[in-house]
Design a protein around this ligand. Structure first.
Ligand SMILES: NC(=O)c1ccc[n+]([C@@H]2O[C@H](COP(=O)([O-])OP(=O)(O)OC[C@H]3O[C@@H](n4cnc5c(N)ncnc54)[C@H](OP(=O)(O)O)[C@@H]3O)[C@@H](O)[C@H]2O)c1
Length: 303
């Protein structure tokens, strides 16, 4: 690994420049870190070249943005060294959002603007680098939402926009009205859907790099005890011995080998786990080895 392996990359032609590995903050509330420990975690990421941080308003029952914002407020110089991605659109039933009667989606102008304002306050920042619509909203009015995005950009509150967990047609609906920067989707050696459902094809076609959540299947890669997980683990471990890296690094190398040039989002607070993700850029996986992992996961050889 050389110091410039994690040089920032453009997410799309007009999109933000992010680090090729993104740090996920979803689990931060479980980490139980003090403010100095959160500052240290952010600095450890930055030292590794991981400068982009993935959030959502709902993470930790609407608490994680505040935890991160407290660290930024304690050391304001951090903000200019990192990029903040957050998401909105899912309404959880929560004591922190007493107005939500049932879990639902909302992409109306009033809701998205209020959600962005709340995220800015919680994160103690004056702008978001990238805002994603978290899940497809069946009631989304694409003209209204594109107008909302334009207004947020004009006001300097959000610099770039994208979606998450959207099908190709759902992404196109918005992208035709306002250029999006990414589709944040799930992909791992235990989750192959994106390889065949058209989402990754569309990213290549439109020149959008996908962001990848749960690249280690949320930890199931190590812990799950079913036949499929055991098969995949055996192949990842064998390839780890071959490439002289850890099983995690092989999983990340398998993801970044895809021609859509995905940006995996890590989910760990451990510095060693972040380093294992970064190390993937030192592995050039052969196509045959990539298909060995695919075959173990699919449970059948390619036809
Ligand atoms: N857009 C969406 O809908 C969506 C959905 C889910 C997640 N996300 C984003 O994606 C990020 C990553 O998701 P994720 O947390 O599921 O990622 P992940 O990397 O697939 O899973 C992380 C989990 O795996 C465990 N783990 C890592 N290495 C391990 C090892 N060697 N042995 C055993 N366990 C290990 C971690 O525990 P340790 O902390 O102990 O290492 C952690 O609990 C989230 O933070 C969030 O930002 C987005």
């Amino acid at each position: 690994m050389t110091p410039n392996t994690l040089a920032p990359v453009a997410l799309s032609k007009h999109g933000p420049r992010l680090s090729p590995i993104v740090a996920g903050a979803w689990r931060m509330a479980e980490w139980g870190m003090s403010i100095p420990q959160r500052m240290r975690w952010i600095e450890q990421c930055l030292d590794l070249g991981i400068t982009s941080f993935d959030h959502a308003d709902i993470y930790g029952n609407y608490s994680v943005e505040t935890l991160f914002g407290e660290a930024l407020a304690a050391q304001p110089s951090l903000r200019s060294r990192l990029q903040i991605i957050t998401k909105c659109g899912i309404k959880l039933v929560s004591e922190r959002r007493p107005g939500h009667a049932i879990k639902s989606y909302d992409t109306s102008r009033a809701y998205v603007v209020a959600s962005v304002e709340a995220s800015l306050r919680a994160l103690r920042t004056d702008h978001l680098d990238l805002l994603l619509i978290h899940r497809p909203d069946a009631l989304m009015d694409p003209d209204e939402l594109a107008g909302t995005f334009s207004a947020l950009r004009r006001d300097g509150k959000v610099l770039h926009f994208g979606v998450s967990n959207h099908s190709p047609s759902q992404l196109s609906l918005l992208h035709r009205r306002l250029p999006l920067a990414t589709n944040q989707i799930e992909l791992s050696p235990l989750q192959l859907n994106a390889l065949t459902d058209g989402t990754l094809d569309q990213c290549i076609d439109l020149g959008l790099r996908p962001m990848i959540w749960s690249p280690l299947a949320g930890g199931s890669l190590f812990k799950a005890d079913d036949d499929r997980a055991r098969r995949v683990r055996a192949v990842l471990q064998a390839l780890g011995r071959q490439y002289e890296v850890s099983m995690s690094t092989v999983a990340y190398a398998w993801i970044v080998r895809h021609p859509s040039n995905p940006l995996p989002i890590t989910g760990s607070q451990r510095p060693e786990a972040l380093l294992e993700a970064v190390a993937a850029f030192g592995v050039r996986m052969s196509a045959e080895d990539w298909y060995r992992v695919w075959e173990a996961s699919a449970g059948q050889p390619v036809r």
